[in-house]
Design a protein around this ligand. Structure first.
Ligand SMILES: [Zn+2]
Length: 355
């Protein structure tokens, strides 16, 4: 049947070619093309089942890889009971919906002071504490002479000191390690002219020794709100997010940026009472310029002698996850502080190498 159809077409074309000279010239190529078409058509006709199967296979593959694959991955994660962090629980679709172009280079990063000053009324008293107050080291030393009266043995650290993971002084708090639920903050109160200042009572002696030593070098330190509770930390964090969103960012963008400057609530060393934000009488801003002041330089070089480390050093942001903060000092005890400062490492690296 297909053969005869082919023959008939060939015959008709040849007849047309005989009738007309122009057709005669064209008839050869037309004939060749028609014959080829006929053969291809016949081949397809003879292999319908085979092609259908091939097409179905391809179709199923395409459907599976474009739709099912991401669903399978999500299903897997849930099945493994993977812990969800705050990022994954935040509404991710907001990011897709927002199309505002934000140039991160031009956005000024907000630090604690920026959001503290925002609302003076709230800032003045939070949980009965004067939170914007800076406590002068001079005042602290004068009001707490009983602490400094303790003469301490020289602080030489022996090379074979054994560090223990259970040591409260070196507890690691960062974005990956939030404060353990059973962590007990042992708050002590230091009396100052401006009122009580709180921090872990076990660091007070070393802190006062450090203030005294700085003072002998002509440096007057000032402490900014050493202890902050969870609610306060949360308030700071939320304020930053709000401020960034007011600048046109999506929630996710604002969250990420706030995350860089203030530590996520539940991950701040200030909640332990083990961190001090230090400035000096001539330079009271919590910013990177503090590093160039005499106080900033003295602290970076000497704080380890009193058990404090510069917790978020320059160039280690990729490890700490926090911007350079030349004012933030964390108590880790003289032994760990000596190792960390002399090796030029972070608390994270110290945990890797020494525990
Ligand atoms: Zn701090």
């Amino acid at each position: 049947m297909k053969k005869s159809a082919e023959e008939q077409l060939k015959l008709k074309l040849q007849q047309a070619g005989n009738k007309n000279r122009l057709c005669g010239v064209l008839i050869e190529p037309i004939l060749a093309i028609s014959m080829r078409f006929f053969r291809v058509f016949s081949y397809l006709k003879g292999n319908v089942k085979r092609f259908f199967m091939l097409a179905m296979t391809f179709f199923l593959f395409a459907v599976y890889s474009s739709f099912s694959f991401p669903i399978f991955i999500r299903g897997d994660k849930e099945a493994q009971g993977e812990t969800k962090d705050v990022m994954s629980e935040a509404p991710q679709d907001i990011m897709l919906a927002e199309e505002v172009e934000i140039n991160l280079e031009e956005i000024e990063l907000l630090d604690d002071a920026d959001v503290l000053m925002e609302d003076e009324q709230y800032a003045e008293t939070s949980h009965g504490m004067d939170i914007v107050a800076r406590y002068s080291a001079l005042d602290i030393l004068e009001s707490n002479q009983s602490y400094t009266s303790l003469e301490k043995p020289s602080k030489e650290v022996s090379g074979d000191y054994e560090f223990s993971e259970d040591d409260w002084r070196i507890v690691l708090i960062n974005k990956q390690n939030s404060i353990p639920d059973d962590y007990e903050v042992k708050l002590g109160v230091i009396n100052t002219i401006k009122g009580p200042m709180q921090c872990d009572e076990r660091i007070i002696n070393d802190m006062l020794d450090m203030f005294k030593a700085a003072q002998e070098e002509g440096i007057v330190l000032e402490v900014c709100s050493p202890y902050r509770d969870f609610e306060y930390q949360q308030m700071l964090f939320n304020r930053k997010i709000k401020r960034y969103m007011n600048k046109g960012m999506s929630y996710m963008e604002a969250y990420k940026l706030s995350n860089q400057v203030v530590t996520v609530p539940g991950a701040s060393e200030h909640q332990l009472g083990l961190a001090l934000d230090l400035v000096t009488t001539d330079y009271v801003d919590l910013d990177q310029g503090f590093a160039d002041t005499d106080a900033g330089k003295w602290l970076a070089a000497n704080s380890y002698r009193y058990g404090f480390i510069l917790r978020y050093p320059l160039g280690k942001e990729y490890i700490t996850g926090i911007e350079y903060e030349p004012w933030h000092f964390r108590y880790v005890g003289v032994e760990a502080a000596t190792v960390i400062t002399q090796q030029g490492i972070t608390l994270e690296e110290f945990w890797e190498d020494y525990l």
